[in-house]
Design a protein around this ligand. Sequence first.
Ligand code: BG6
Length: 482
Amino acid sequence: MTAPAAIVIFGATGDLARRMLFPALYFLEADGLLPRDLRIVGAARSPLRDSDFVAEVERAVRERTDEALDDAVWARFAARLRYCGGDAGAPETYGCLAGLLAGAVERIFYLSTSPALYGLIVRGLAGANLADEASRIIVEKPIGRDRASCDAINTELAAHFHENRIFRIDHYLGKEAVQNLIALRFANTLFEPLWDKVAIDHVQISVAETVGVEGRWSYYDEYGAMRDMVQNHILQLLCLVAMEPPANLDPESVRNEKVKVLRSLRPITGADIAKKTVRGQYARGVADGASVPGYAEEAGGAPSNTETFVALCAHVDNWRWAGVPFYLRTGKRLPERSSEIIIQFRAVPHSIFGANELKANRLTIRLQPEEEISLQLMNKTPTLAQGGFDLKPLSLNLSLHDAFSRQRRRIAYERLLLEALQNNSTLFVRRDESEAAWAWVDGIVEGWERQGGKPAPYAAGTWGPAGAFALAERNGHSWGDG
Ligand code: BG6
């Protein structure tokens, strides 16, 4: 395949395009990574002249960087930009696009719009002969609200685009620290022999946010933490932790291994809903030192059963992970922004150190806010303590930020756009992955519906409802921050 000659961004005046997509494309330009003749076409409903569009993109890029734009880079980038205004359902929109894309043999269409428009857009593209073998589409989450609606969207896409030309984004897969997880596991010999039920006691995957729903109430209220974070980001992290070593980094090799993990997730049903799941909703409290309203208050007090916090105890039922709990947790308005994976190794089988408390080894992979890896080990303190040994847990710490301090921190979308331009779908979610993830999530959501009740309230600025602590403590475990 030759380099794509055009990328079209539907939803070009929207929030994601402004905050992420155009800045990411600009940074790729600055690094000389965009194909030489690539045209970048914005498509959205508002009628805009090309010059107004260019000015909007410039504002968006400036907002995203602390440094002044490089004039030469900006001039090169601006020269690529075109705009096509029109309704997603109107054939004229596609006529306009076809005109702008004339001669551009390979094209990418990025659907940064509501998924409700996906079907309309792919049909419009097909009607203008823009959905041929030389076109790819990139789609954003949420792909559905459950397995059935995900299937319906995928079927609409598949009517005009073959699966290997559909790139489903999960922006966590574009994060440097998430890719480093693959390197940590498969570019080192150290961990792999220990990466199983024999050596590992349990795993924790936690994505904590301090923000609330940030003006996205009407979207969020329909989805909640389970569909907004667990179905995609958290399960993708779980896949990377739990998957078998793929034969290589080819898209199908990696995604085959991930989908096996998703299909091995033990359904959580019946009495396990109460024992292995916790949902919460933030109430008034404190965030970053300021008093903040509760979730329901943010929407003018409308009662809502939507969860803003989820904690789960999951199991991957296969030979490697039999009996190892995977604790998954995510929430909004928690005390700090931090995403981390904890691999908790088993305790020594027998201690020869008398009264010393031996902490089991723990590997912590911190993804956000800083990328760090630390390995907690027991060490002797340099004292002449009685019996000769006074032990203390200390950590080997690797800060990726310090190791690569001269590197600019990249937006996840830079990596993802580059991979899509290079037609490499390893970091994108395949249809069967998204459907398997939904199937597992649906079981839990249905369990909650059957159970009735409401998410447990937790004060903003705390680590979620008490039940989340009990969930881990029931197995003699505690969360990393506990
Ligand atoms: C998005 C969710 O997919 O991920 C948001 O819709 C969430 O609700 C965001 O805040 C978190 O992403 P990040 O990169 O800030 O961890």
